[in-house]
Design a protein around this ligand. Structure first.
Ligand SMILES: CC(C)(COP(=O)(O)OP(=O)(O)OC[C@H]1O[C@@H](n2cnc3c(N)ncnc32)[C@H](O)[C@@H]1OP(=O)(O)O)[C@@H](O)C(=O)NCCC(=O)NCCS
Length: 291
């Protein structure tokens, strides 16, 4: 087996290992069931975006057949868990599992992360993959909760301004939605419409002296909820985080949303609950220390 860099000629084979029945599915269903990995045009845009923030995409090839795929992305901005490279994906073709492909892909991602200058490789695994990551030397260092709420207007009207792609909040920290490196999440907000996905609203919201940046989007046109990303000042306390959660609900209310979702750090949970969010499920944030 060889591990090589992603090349567009692998495109349809990569989609087929993630989403074997993608050809018979409409776009919304492909993206809902398989994410960016369910459609060649969406995946092409996603890979370009990932490369633009210095990420790498690896393909495992056995006798000219694609048998696995992995992605690693540097986190170059402030994060509550500190410096790390992020293992964004590792996926092995179903028929090829339990023969060491995943192990080799993760090991190559560790080498890349080390070469990028990091001594930690982090990931949020699916439950089914936790045993695999434990076998690879990962352990839980923090956790996140997926939360959900019904939009409503806040008592205080926020000052809101639309932002453009160049206005990445580089000095801010993510308060909500940090399921990938900050710059990758930011870049993935833009040009969604060019691949047939609902465009986002990206706003600067001012509450008193505090400024928050919010990105809201529907994952697909068939979804009935808006997913929210929030960036805020590093020194935000639970009071400001509560305000930002309330503002997200207000903005979503004004956009006509019937539901809002976001995945937050567990330590911010009380602030989101106070704003009316409810927990859906917990996710482990796992790390492998790199020598
Ligand atoms: C998780 C995944 C990448 C593992 O890939 P793989 O090629 O099957 O893994 P490997 O054969 O290299 O396994 C290495 C070790 O991990 C452990 N492991 C792997 N899969 C496991 C499972 N399903 N249950 C328990 N342990 C497992 C074993 O200790 C294994 O060593 P062994 O086979 O000698 O016992 C693969 O199952 C997959 O693609 N799953 C779907 C996608 C996914 O969940 N990706 C991760 C989240 S991004």
């Amino acid at each position: 087996m060889r591990i090589v860099k992603f090349d567009p000629r692998f495109m349809e084979d990569v989609i087929s290992i993630h989403c074997p029945r993608w050809r018979g599915m409409p776009l919304s269903m492909r993206v809902r069931d398989c994410g960016y990995w369910g459609d060649p045009r969406v995946f092409g845009w996603y890979v370009e975006t990932l490369l633009s923030v210095d990420g790498r995409v690896l393909i495992a090839v056995k006798e000219d057949e694609v048998v696995g795929e992995a992605e690693v992305v540097p986190e170059r901005f402030r994060s509550p868990v500190g410096d790390h490279a992020y293992l964004q994906m590792v996926w092995v073709k179903e028929e090829e599992r339990r023969s060491g492909v995943g192990r080799q892909l993760v090991s190559e991602c560790c080498n890349i992360a080390r070469d990028m200058g990091f001594n930690a490789l982090d990931t949020i695994p699916y439950d089914e993959a936790i045993a695999f990551f434990e076998a690879m030397g990962f352990s839980e260092i923090d956790s996140q909760v997926l939360m959900e709420a019904q939009p409503r207007p806040a008592p205080e009207q926020p000052k809101v301004e639309e932002l453009g792609r160049k206005e990445f909040p580089a000095s801010a920290q993510m308060i909500a939605g940090q399921t990938r490196p900050s710059a990758l999440l930011w870049e993935l907000l833009w040009e969604r419409a060019s691949v047939g996905l609902p465009p986002p609203k990206v706003l600067k919201v001012r509450i008193g002296l505090w400024e928050f940046i919010m990105g809201l989007f529907k994952p697909t046109f068939d979804d009935n909820y808006f997913y929210v990303l929030i960036w805020g000042p590093e020194r935000s306390g639970l009071g400001q985080i509560f305000d930002s959660a309330e503002m997200a609900l207000t903005v979503a209310y004004e956009m006509g949303a019937s539901q809002v979702r976001t995945q937050i750090w567990c330590k911010y949970r009380a602030a989101f609950e106070a704003a009316g969010f409810e927990s859906v499920r917990r996710f482990r944030w796992m790390r492998k220390a790199l020598e």
